[in-house]
Design a protein around this ligand. Sequence first.
Ligand code: ZN
Length: 144
Amino acid sequence: MLKLDIPIEIFDEAVAQARAEAPIEACGILAGIDGTVRKLYKMTNIDKSSIHCMMDPAEQFQVVKDIRSAGLKMLAIYHSHPATPARLSAEDIRLALTPDVAYVIVSLQNADKPEVKGFLIEDGNATEVPVKVLQRSIGRGRCR
Ligand SMILES: [Zn+2]
């Protein structure tokens, strides 16, 4: 995966979830096709931690099934950093399970301007994946 495109509606949903759950980290799964996100799944942080995110395995199993039956792929696992930058923590890298999905961080450190970054993690090494938030394009400038 070389890039991740997130429609603004989905980005807004992740930010709203992160704000609602702060100071606990919010987490979830992004599914889509060819690096473009189509669907967001909010997950429960079963550790209720403000420094890491642990997804409920049963919930995750259901989501993986749903993604498959929708003909999509799991593109990324996201979590929020309620008070720290959009950078991976040592814990994030340590807990990363798979090099096949991107790890996306939504940072609320700057409350007015949430930041998002994506990374691939393999053997303890992280490389950044460019994340683009896609603005609404349909009808812009015509319907107003
Ligand atoms: Zn983190």
